[in-house]
Design a protein. Structure first.
Length: 390
């Protein structure tokens, strides 16, 4: 969709191709600046509306058209107030209320806020007042538009997270409080076996709360891009065998697990605690939700990189259970996804994906040959920078 400066005579229709960068010299100074950087207003991810010193629209990019459902041809050259009619949440017309051209000369613009388009659709709007000198008249008004859908999805996700956490915390904390209060009030009435049972329950519920808090901290770090990795040499095969031994020690049959290793494996530098977390979560899912034999395969692999393939290690965990329904495959690594059997917070696989991707790796899920679920994650060699430069 064309974005035209005022005075352009090219037709702009939804099907018309965009003019090449620099094909027409834009009259608006802002679009001139973008063109000088090799950019076009349509390249911007947010809506851009520019009005001149007379308040007439000189630029209306494709994102602004998508957000407002107004074609650029219908906006270019029109007064800003009619091309972009906005109201605040109390129904007051926004441009007369803020008076960008006639208000105090010290103003620099308007901070982002929720405003309403015709029909009541919300949009996030911020504005910048461009002056030739600090207290001079407004020569150009630059308006940025953003849809609210992404923000609403984030707010919904946070609300769901809070509700889930509150629900998951209530049960173990109620148990801890109940048993400790009972023991303190009636300690001498219980036998040693009864006391031990209650204290073991309190201990298990405290571990559950600790795990949940650790998951929340992991999610916070993943979402903010602050997940720290302490890369060290990692023996993935030894880590897998350690997890399998923990299950057999806990009473699972040894023949339920099979470990397959394809040598030689590349030297892997990763965060050993995070790798343990990934392995533990995938094995727990296979044991809890799957059936039959759980097979863990470790093999060398190549990861597709921008310039060339990168050496790495692939770990595959598969079971022989009912598997994951086809319609659920795309949601496995999202927050709060749970399998057919209830239990857990539904945050584990979301964290697993975040950890793997923080290492620069990938993780996938598909149906196993035996009908169950098959998770495969691949980690690049990931040697620290000081070693690769040596």
């Amino acid at each position: 969709m064309n974005v035209r400066a005022s005075g352009s005579v090219a037709d702009a229709t939804p099907a018309a191709p965009r003019a090449p960068h620099g094909a027409h010299e834009p009259e608006d100074p802002l679009t001139q600046g973008l063109t000088g950087l090799g950019l076009h207003p349509d390249d911007l991810p947010d809506g851009l509306v520019v009005a001149d010193e007379n308040g007439r629209v000189t630029c209306f990019n494709a994102a602004a058209s998508r957000i407002t459902a107004v074609l650029p041809d219908e906006a270019i050259g029109r007064p800003l107030e009619s091309a972009l009619p906005l109201e605040d949440l109390d129904g007051r017309r926004w441009w007369p209320l803020t008076d960008p051209y006639g208000g105090p000369v010290t103003r620099l613009g308007q901070p982002e806020r929720n405003l309403l388009l015709p029909g009541g659709r919300e949009v996030l709007v911020s504005a910048r007042y461009v002056r030739e000198r600090p207290t001079g008249p407004v020569r150009r008004l630059v308006v940025q538009l953003r849809g609210t859908d992404a923000r609403r999805r984030t707010e919904r996700s946070h609300a769901e997270l809070i509700a889930t956490v509150a629900h998951e915390l209530r049960s173990p904390l109620t148990s801890v409080k109940g048993f400790t209060a009972t023991l303190l009030a009636k300690w001498e009435r219980f036998t040693d076996d009864q006391k031990r049972l209650m204290l073991e329950t309190v201990d298990a519920d405290a571990d559950r709360v600790t795990r949940l808090i650790a998951e929340l901290l992991d999610i916070s770090r993943i979402d903010s891009g602050r997940l720290e990795l302490r890369r060290q040499p990692v023996d993935v095969v030894a880590a897998v065998r350690r997890h399998v031994q923990a299950y057999t020690t806990a009473g699972h049959r040894a023949d339920r697990f099979e470990v397959k290793v394809t040598d030689p494996l590349p030297d892997l530098w990763a965060d050993p605690d995070k790798v343990d977390q990934v392995l533990g979560n995938l094995l727990e899912n296979a044991v809890r939700h799957g059936e039959g034999r759980v097979t863990i395969e470790v093999a060398p692999a190549l990861l597709k990189a921008r310039a060339e393939d990168t050496e790495g290690t692939a770990v595959t965990v598969s079971d022989e259970g009912p598997g994951i329904p086809e319609e659920s495959m795309g949601r496995v690594f999202t927050r709060f996804w749970r399998g057919s059997k209830r239990g857990g917070t539904g945050l584990g696989l979301y964290i697993v994906k975040g950890i793997v991707e923080a290492h620069g790796g990938t993780i996938t899920v598909e149906r196993a040959a035996g009908g169950g679920a098959r998770f495969r994650f691949t980690l690049p060699v990931g040697a620290p920078a000081f070693l690769s430069q040596a």
